[in-house]
Design a protein. Sequence first.
Length: 308
Amino acid sequence: MIEKPLRNMSHVAIIAALFAVIVLTGCAEKRAKANDWGYIDDSGKVVIAPQYGEALDFTDGVAAVKVQGKWGYIDPKGKLIIPAQFHDARNFSGALAAVRMKDYWGYIDRTGKATISPQFAAAADFADGLAAVKVQDHWGYIDQTGKLVIAPQFSEAKSFAGGLAAVKIQNDWGYIDSSGRVVLAPQFSEASSFSDGLAAVRIQGNWGYIDRTGKVAIAPQFAQAKDFAGNSAAVKVNDRWGYIDPRGTLFIAAQFNDAQDFSGETAAVKVEKNWGYVDKTGKLKINAQFADGRRFAGNLAAVRIPRG
């Protein structure tokens, strides 16, 4: 009379235990997949353990990271110095960073205090004292007090660099100065910000580079092209990425599946399915072992580390 209930209780306990193991294992797997960004130093050593849903570059000693679905900011030791509370975030550019609260973007200072209240449909980093913001369906520019200094009128807009910003007017891209005056007429299919005196533009399906007068400095010939940084730019030739110098000469052959800008002497590159880091000879300095990788800032780079 007693044995049967005991056997039934044992069966219930076993089933409950198995269910708990399955649930916990599932949760652990979910956490491992969702929180796998960390930071490495320039030797490839992990110095901030993988624990973030996403992680951006360090700028001026601060990086935006995603913790349990919300964004906050850490210092180079991994300490959370601005609590994770934002629905989206960009890195600091000078004293301010763009953050999203629910549906709208605003700006915070380095204490996490809102200095420009959330009110924009989208927002970019400050550069040259101005930031591109989207008001309803059009882009304009604000100053660091939040005042609109260039009225929303562009289909798209990018950050200022050296006094010029790429803007889309109707179907084509051109460039404006800080007063909003068009200085390079809309004529490009796509355009990027100036860097090292050159800007990547797409002309008739191919990418090349122009100088600040609008003159073509490197003929359109690339499938894709990124900004110059440290006298080099990542370009896509057919289906592979390599690096050119300011004359347009490939000094690292197109061989990578993807590539980031150089930061100092190191750049993140994708080799087949994984990311590693090369020097300016194209030699792997840190083996391709990461599921994703960002550029070095100082001596730290955000990487996504595969879990078993």
